[in-house]
Design a protein around this ligand. Structure first.
Ligand SMILES: Nc1ncnc2c1ncn2[C@@H]1O[C@H](COP(=O)(O)OP(=O)(O)O)[C@@H](O)[C@H]1O
Ligand SMILES: [Mg+2]
Length: 245
C-alpha cells in the first residue's frame, strides 16, 4: 500500500484559482494555489481566517469547481469527469471530515459509518465490520447502535470522522476536524488521521492549531490566495520534549 517514491501524487492542485461572485462583489478566494500530496503523507494547511483554506479543500474534493487551474485526484483530472464519475470518485476515493457533521438522523452510528462502503458496493458484513473497526479507533465502539440525536456534539463528530476514515479511501480531507472536541478526543482524531496516512492514504488537514499541525509531515501556509510558505512539521513528541505547553 505504501507509494513508490516516484508514484504520482494522490492529490495534485495546479494554479488553482477561485473567485466567488462577479463584478463589484467578486471575492478572489484563491489566486493560484499549487499543491501535491502523495500517498503516505499528511499535510497540514494553515492560514488566517478567510485565507481560502475551506475553498481549497472543497475544490480538492470535487465539491466546488475552480474558476481556473487543474485538480487531479488519483490521476483523474476532475474537470474531465462526468457528474456520475465525479460522484463515484468522491464516494470511493475521498473521505471528508467537515465542521458540520452531516450524519443521517435515521441511521445508527454504525450504519452512518458503513454507508460509504454500502454505497460503494461492499457486502453488508464487510461494511459493518470495517465500520465497527473505525468506530473503535475513535473510542466509539460502545455507541455503535446509538442514533445521532442520542449522541453529544463531540460524539457525533467522532462518528463523522469514523465515516471519513472507514475503508481504504486514498484521499482524506479534514477541515478543522477537532472543532467541537475536548483536547483528549481531539488527539484521538489526529491519531486516526495519522494512522491512515501511515497506512498509505494522502491526508490534508486544515487547522489553525500549531499543535495539531505538528502531526503532519509538512505544513503549508495559505496567504494571498496561494501557498506562500512550507515547513517540515515537528512531531508532537519533539514539541513535548522541547517543553512547549
Ligand atoms: N460561498 C461563498 N460566496 C462568497 N464568498 C465566499 C464563499 N465562501 C467563501 N467566501 C469568501 O472566500 C474567502 C475564503 O473563504 P474560506 O475558503 O472559507 O476561508 P477559510 O476557510 O480560510 O476561512 C473569504 O473571503 C470568504 O468570505
Ligand atoms: Mg474554513
Amino acid at each position: 500500500m505504501t507509494a513508490a517514491p516516484d508514484a504520482s501524487p494522490v492529490l495534485r492542485l495546479r494554479d488553482v484559482a477561485k473567485t466567488y461572485g462577479a463584478g463589484e462583489a467578486a471575492v478572489a478566494a484563491l489566486t493560484g494555489a499549487s499543491l501535491d500530496v502523495h500517498g503516505g503523507e499528511m499535510v497540514a494547511v494553515m492560514g488566517t481566517s478567510g485565507s481560502g483554506k475551506s475553498t481549497l479543500l472543497a475544490i480538492a474534493g470535487g465539491l466546488l469547481a475552480p474558476t481556473s487551474g487543474e485538480v487531479e485526484v488519483a490521476g483523474r483530472p476532475l474537470a474531465t469527469l462526468s457528474t456520475r464519475r465525479l460522484a463515484a470518485v468522491r464516494r470511493e476515493v475521498i473521505g471528508f471530515v467537515f465542521q458540520d457533521f452531516n450524519l443521517l438522523p435515521s441511521l445508527t452510528a454504525l450504519e452512518n459509518v458503513a454507508l460509504p462502503l454500502d454505497l460503494g458496493g461492499a457486502s453488508t458484513a464487510t461494511a459493518r465490520s470495517e465500520a465497527r473497526r473505525a468506530l473503535a479507533t475513535l473510542g466509539m465502539r460502545e455507541r455503535a447502535r446509538s442514533f445521532p440525536d442520542e449522541l453529544s456534539g463531540g460524539q457525533r463528530q467522532r462518528v463523522a470522522i469514523a465515516r471519513a476514515i472507514v475503508g481504504e479511501r486514498r484521499l482524506l480531507l479534514a477541515d478543522e476536524p477537532t472543532g467541537a472536541l475536548d483536547s483528549v478526543t481531539g488527539e484521538h482524531v489526529l491519531e486516526a488521521l495519522r494512522e491512515r496516512a501511515d497506512e498509505g492514504a494522502a491526508v490534508v488537514l486544515v487547522t489553525h492549531d500549531a499543535r495539531h499541525a505538528a502531526w503532519a509531515d509538512r505544513i503549508v501556509y495559505l496567504g494571498d490566495g496561494r501557498i506562500v510558505d512550507e515547513t517540515r512539521a515537528a512531531r508532537p513528541e519533539s514539541l513535548l520534549s522541547g517543553g512547549v505547553q
